[in-house]
Design a protein around this ligand. Structure first.
Ligand code: SAM
Ligand code: SF4
Length: 403
């Protein structure tokens, strides 16, 4: 406790220095004074369900579900929900641990970790992944926490990439140790990569992540380009007063390299003291980009695409926007999440989770596990629309993050 308090105090001192020295004008410094009662297990959020439920008319967005999706989704083995959405994309959180402490994601002292015996083993991950792939999942993304810190990450990639029916094995990583691991990961079948980077200024990186390592992330992005990943996706959460002045510098990275910059709207996680003033909406980021770069063209998106994608004349790379807060993309959602503790989530913004680990360890056979998965998918809600409106009017964080 005393250690945590000291760490927070030190972080505050650094913040104050950065602000006072004019190196940062970010923040109403709320991040450092957050009450970090985080329930964080995974790459997911938990919204206060009652508030959300009360405010939603769930059916609306599904009326927009395209014919294209519905036509594809008739096979009963497939993971189709009651709105006709077929789920082909599974995100697996491989660990709750991380080697960074991004202010918008984790408290300085880290998160309460699930004890090791309660985490899925590699064999358990493989057994479940196999079930998902045999039910139509064709893309798996490895995430966390930080997936690259798992010692068996290469073996996991190799085994997953050998699953018959899997077309894409992707990873989202902070890039700190990626450069040296990537050649081997590529050999093991990692076919797509997202690297998170929120600033091009090393001092700001250190402030935001509470760790050094900007150079290493840049090295990883370049290594990924050199190894032929195309595109190399770069995730950038835009926060007012922190990095909204860097939008055009990020877009510049796409000029000479096959980099896809993905501007992500800042989401409210429990503990990150989300505040509507720090949210830079998609419309505003897009305006900044169009003012500074001519001939921005919207690319045709697949109905399940969560990003709005654009190309710019003369640029090798592309620019995308993930508009979870201001323009949700629930109608075409095809995503599922398996958390490091074996809990299964059908919606990042929904509160419900079902344990797959427990029945698996109690001896459930494949059919029984499949039925649990299918039943959870069938119960999936139509939409989390309205979260932004609720969050906007609230004075406190609305969501408990997990990993
Ligand atoms: N550690 C890995 C990384 O940072 O890439 C994978 C896990 S991280 C939780 C996955 C993605 O979520 C990252 O791109 C991160 O920037 C994004 N993220 C975390 N907190 C966020 C927030 N409050 N709003 C929007 N995106 C967030
Ligand atoms: Fe770690 Fe990724 Fe969260 Fe940053 S965003 S603290 S790198 S899990």
């Amino acid at each position: 406790m005393a250690l945590a308090t000291n760490m927070r105090r030190n972080a505050c001192l650094v913040t104050n220095w950065l602000v006072a020295s004019g190196k940062l004008n970010f923040l109403s410094v709320g991040f450092e004074h957050a009450s970090y009662s985080i329930i964080r297990k995974t790459n997911g959020l938990r919204i206060f369900g009652d508030q959300l439920e009360a405010s939603r008319t769930y059916a609306t967005s599904c009326a927009k579900l395209s014919d294209e999706i519905q036509k594809e989704n008739s096979d009963s083995n497939m993971l189709v929900d009651s709105f006709g959405r077929m789920h082909t994309y599974l995100r697996i959180s491989l660990t709750e641990r991380c080697n960074l402490r991004c202010q918008y994601c984790m408290p300085a002292e880290g998160v309460d970790l699930t004890s090791t015996p309660k985490l899925l083993t590699r064999n358990e991950i493989m057994r479940l992944a196999n079930l998902f792939v045999s039910s139509g999942v064709n893309k798996i993304r490895l995430t966390g926490g930080e997936p690259t810190i798992r010692k068996d990450i290469e073996d996991i990639c190799l085994e997953l990439s050998n699953l018959k029916g899997l077309k894409t094995l992707a990873m989202t990583t902070n890039g700190i140790v990626l450069a040296r691991k990537l050649p081997k990961l590529k050999e093991c079948g990692l076919s797509a990569i997202n690297i998170s980077l929120d600033t091009l200024v090393p001092a700001k990186f250190e402030f935001m992540t509470r760790r050094k390592g900007h150079e290493k992330v840049m090295e990883s992005i370049n290594a990924a380009v050199d190894l032929g990943y195309n595109p190399v996706k770069v995730n950038c959460v835009i926060m007012r007063g922190f990095n909204d002045d860097e939008i055009c510098n990020f877009v510049e990275l796409t000029r000479e390299k096959p980099i896809n910059i993905r501007f992500i709207e800042f989401m409210p996680f429990d503990g990150n003291v989300w505040n509507v003033k720090k949210l830079v909406p998609y419309s505003e980021i897009l305006q900044t980009v169009t003012k500074n770069f001519v001939n921005l063209t919207r690319l045709g998106d697949h109905p399940t695409e969560t990003a709005k994608n654009f190309r710019i004349d003369g640029h090798q790379g592309t620019v995308s926007f993930i508009t979870s807060m201001t323009e949700h993309f629930c109608a075409g959602c095809n995503r599922l999440r398996l958390l490091a503790d074996g809990n299964f989530k059908v919606c990042l913004f929904g509160p419900s989770e079902v344990s797959l680990r427990d029945p698996l360890r109690q001896g459930a056979d494949d059919n029984e596990l499949r039925e649990i998965i299918h039943a959870a998918v069938r119960r999936k809600k139509a939409s989390h629309a309205g979260m932004f409106d609720i969050a906007k009017t609230a004075n406190r964080p609305m969501i408990h993050i997990g990993g």
